[in-house]
Design a protein around this ligand. Sequence first.
Ligand code: GRF
Length: 203
Amino acid sequence: MNIGVLVSGRGTNLQSIIDAQIRGDIKSRVVVVISNKRDAYALERARNHGIPALYIQSKNKDPETYDSEIVNILKEYNVELVVLAGYLKILTKKFIDEFPDRIINIHPALLPCFGGKGFYGEYVHEAVLNSGSKFSGCTVHFVRPEIDHGPIIVQKCVQVFDDDTPKTLAERILPFEHIALIEAIKIIESGRFKIEGMRVKLI
Ligand code: GRF
């Protein structure tokens, strides 16, 4: 599959896909990386591997115009799977409808808890700690118009420790995000799954 990755930040999840591709763990290829942030380090990671990396400015564009610009680029590169890897913009329904069940997102908590508007970056981990939860983790899911909502493909659990801070918890979860994302891509590559409501069943 041709993968298009949308990013806004440092891009360790993007790196995990590129590394899996180099190791031969996945058959898919990252064909384009797009960011709404000019200085996203993820763009540099892509360029280091000869992958086209584009910054698309979102300022003064309404969300639909912006998204259709991104969709056009993804189509130009024949993208078959869109991966949101730390992409901090909310996708319009129009965008999502262009890639039915072909957009996945990685979220650093166990959805359906601790997701939705405002639950990004350290806010997610802060909310987990404030809730008193003893476990957190990460979720890879198909994207639906509601934020951080959609059929769950892979989840990983980590323990929450008494002395955790949002930073230490985020650091413990991150390596599991990298693993979960590759597992999810492999499931999609295999085609051996079916989506029933919010459930992704392996077949
Ligand atoms: C990850 O924790 C991801 O789950 C979240 O943003 C972070 C991105 O990290 N949505 P990176 O840019 O892939 O290093």
